[in-house]
Design a protein around this ligand. Structure first.
Ligand code: APR
Length: 260
């Protein structure tokens, strides 16, 4: 799909109408919302899993090869820590500030929603901002961990007990975080705005399914088809930054027309 393709304005209008009519709308985001910030996604044409086997992101691989895992992760961390929120993150934060979006449930670990100003964010797959000792549970800010790695301690170890540190992200084979809270939010929502996810990883991908099952509307913004296009009420197939900017414009101008 040509990333320069123009957003379908009819889809944007339909999505805006759904969100304007909704009482409790949430967003569900994936790696595709951050590609315009320079962070590669996993399954898109330049996705990470085209270059590496996803086995490297399993808990078994981490436990057996912590050094190789951290060497791989250190490179990814460099990309993520220099990245800035893009137009899609900022528009989403603005929709939350306006009260149109009540919460963001994300699979991303890059912290860019919070950096853009989103307040109510659930990070199902954890965060790259911390690491945790596998032995005693002590938590370390990631800059401390980066210093350990860059001074040659790979894998980085706990100062207290010498245990191996692991980034506080959910690897394949581990339970996701805060799923009960995310499910509750989804079950009380009448609309979900899905941005930049192939919707192929569970249990995270249940979030839009829960909204649909409760009679809510599903809007999908994605460059390529997703695994759950068949449950979508509106599909907008263009770049997240373009789509979110247009969607915000439509919603702001509709709100400005509202009689006070
Ligand atoms: N605008 C819109 N869509 C985009 C953009 C963009 N600028 N860039 C990429 N996409 C789309 C891709 O076409 C792809 O379909 O975003 C989707 C990203 O899908 P994945 O790479 O599968 O990312 P995600 O759904 O977040 O993956 C879920 O898989 O490996 C794991 O733990 C990792 O949290 C991740 C999980």
């Amino acid at each position: 799909m040509d990333p320069e393709v123009k957003c379908d304005i009819k889809g944007i209008e339909e999505a805006a109408n759904i969100l304007l009519r909704s009482k409790h709308a949430i967003a569900f985001t994936g790696a595709g919302i951050s590609t315009e910030s320079g962070i590669p996604d996993f399954r898109g044409p330049q996705g990470l899993w085209k270059q590496y086997s996803p086995e490297i992101a399993t808990i078994d691989y981490f436990l057996q090869h912590p050094r190789e895992f951290w060497l791989f992760y250190r490179v990814r961390m460099s990309t993520i820590f220099t990245a800035k929120p893009n137009r899609a993150h900022r528009a989403l934060a603005e929709l939350e500030r306006m009260g149109v979006i009540k919460a963001v449930i994300t699979q991303n670990v890059d912290g860019l929603h919070q950096a853009a100003g989103s307040k109510n964010v659930i990070e199902l797959h954890g965060t790259m901002k911390r690491a945790v000792c596998m032995a005693c549970g002590r938590v370390y800010p990631i800059d401390v961990v980066i210093r350990k790695i860059d001074s040659g301690q790979i894998p980085p170890l706990c100062d207290e007990c010498g245990g191996v540190l692991k980034p506080d992200v959910v690897l394949f084979g581990e339970p996701v975080k805060d799923f009960d809270r995310a499910r509750e939010l989804a079950l009380m929502s009448d609309a979900v705005l899905v941005i930049g996810s192939s919707l192929s990883v569970y249990p995270a991908a249940y979030i839009p399914i829960f909204v649909k099952e409760m009679g809510g509307k599903v809007i999908i913004i994605n460059l390529e088809p997703t695994e759950l296009d068949y449950i979508a009420d509106v599909i907008i197939r263009c770049r997240a930054g373009d789509a979110m900017e247009l969607l915000l414009e439509k919603i702001v101008s509709a709100k400005n027309r509202e009689v006070p």
